[in-house]
Design a protein around this ligand. Structure first.
Ligand code: CP
Ligand code: NVA
Length: 302
C-alpha cells in the first residue's frame, strides 16, 4: 500500500507513469468508466476548497465509484476525536482517503493509522496533486518537460515546495523567486532533499526580474494562504515586488505561459491583464486536476 503524502512519495518513473495515464484518460475518458466501480473515497476537509473537492468527487463518479465529502467541522474531530482513531475507523469504510489538513503532521498521523492509501489534498507543506496536474499542463502547452519554471512569491509554503520538488525531479530548472526573509524561502530540509533528487537546476533568486529571465513557465500563488490570514498585512507588503504584471511577464521567454493553482486574487500576486491574458493557462490547469486525480486514484486503489 502506498500513500501520497508529499511530492517525495513518487519517483520520476512513477510521476511519468501517472502523467501518461492522465493524458490517456483525458483523451478517452469513456475507456475508464467503471474502473473504480463500487469503490469509495472519503474526502476529509479541514479547510475550504473549490477544485480539490470537486475534481476528486467528479473523478470518483466518472470512474464508477463514490466520494464522501466529510467536513471536519461536522465530524467528531472538533470534539477532539484522535486522528489516530479516525484513520483506523475510516479505512474500514473506504478504499482511499483524501485529506486537506492544516498541518502536514496531522496528515501523517492520519496515514499512520490508516489501512488504505491516504492522499494529500493540501497541507501547509505540500500540495502534490496540484504539482502533478501542473506537469500535465506544462507538457500540453510547451510540448516538453524541459526549460525553466519561475515560481514567484511565497516559496516557503505548500505550492513553493511542491513545485520545487516535482519540477526539478522531472528535469526542469526551477527558480524560486522570493524575498530574503526566512519564512518566504523553502524549508531547508526540503530544499536539501529536493536538490539530492533533482535532475534540473534549482536557484533561489531575490530579484524578480533576474528570477523570471529565461523562464518558460511563470507561476505564482496567493500571498496569503489558508491559515496565514492573521499575517496578511505584512505579507502583502513583503511580497508586493513579486507581483506578476505584464511588464515583468515580458522579461520571461517569448511564448512563456502563466500558471496559478487558483484561487487567485487579481491586483495582488498578479494583475488582471496577466491572469486573463493570452499567456495564461490557469483554467486548463484547473481542468487538469480532474484528469490527474483519476490517474492518482487508479494508481493507488488497486
Ligand atoms: N488549487 C486548489 O487546490 O484549489 P482549491 O483550494 O479550490 O481546492
Ligand atoms: N497556497 C494556497 C494554495 C491554495 C490551493 C493555500 O494554501 O491557501
Amino acid at each position: 500500500m502506498k500513500h501520497l503524502l508529499s511530492d517525495f512519495d513518487f519517483n520520476k518513473e512513477e510521476v511519468l507513469e501517472i502523467l501518461n495515464l492522465a493524458r490517456e484518460i483525458k483523451k478517452k475518458p469513456e475507456k475508464f468508466f467503471g474502473a473504480l466501480k463500487n469503490k469509495t473515497l472519503v474526502m476529509l476537509f479541514k479547510k475550504t476548497s473549490t477544485r480539490t473537492r470537486l475534481s476528486f468527487e467528479a473523478a470518483m463518479t466518472q470512474l464508477g465509484g463514490h466520494a464522501i465529502y466529510w467536513e471536519s467541522r461536522t465530524s467528531q474531530i472538533i470534539k477532539g476525536e484522535l486522528l489516530s482513531d479516525i484513520g483506523k475507523v475510516v479505512s474500514r469504510y473506504c478504499q482511499a482517503i483524501m485529506a486537506r489538513m492544516y498541518r502536514q503532521l496531522e496528515l501523517e498521523e492520519l496515514a499512520d493509522s490508516s489501512n488504505v492509501p491516504v492522499v494529500n489534498g493540501l497541507t501547509d507543506v505540500f500540495h502534490p496533486c496540484q504539482s502533478l496536474g501542473d506537469l500535465l499542463t506544462v507538457k500540453e502547452n510547451l510540448g516538453k518537460l524541459k526549460g525553466t519554471v519561475a515560481f514567484l512569491g511565497d516559496c516557503g509554503f505548500n505550492m513553493g515546495h511542491s513545485t520545487l520538488i516535482t519540477f526539478s525531479k522531472i528535469g526542469m530548472d526551477v527558480n524560486l523567486v522570493c524575498p530574503k526573509k526566512k519564512k518566504y524561502q523553502p524549508n531547508p530540509e526540503i530544499l536539501k532533499r529536493a536538490e539530492k533528487e533533482a535532475e534540473g537546476k534549482i536557484k533561489i533568486i531575490h530579484n524578480p526580474v533576474e528570477g523570471i529571465k529565461n523562464a518558460d513557465v511563470v507561476m505564482t500563488d496567493t500571498w496569503v494562504s489558508m491559515g496565514q490570514e492573521k499575517e496578511s498585512k505584512p505579507r502583502i507588503k513583503d511580497l508586493r515586488p513579486y507581483r506578476v504584471n505584464s511588464e515583468l511577464m515580458r522579461k520571461a521567454n517569448k511564448g512563456a505561459i502563466f500558471m496559478h493553482c487558483l484561487p487567485a486574487y487579481r491586483g495582488f500576486e498578479m494583475t488582471k491583464e496577466v491572469i486573463d491574458g493570452p499567456q495564461s493557462v490557469v483554467f486548463d490547469q484547473a481542468e487538469n486536476r480532474l484528469h490527474i486525480q483519476k490517474a492518482i486514484l487508479l494508481k493507488l486503489i488497486k
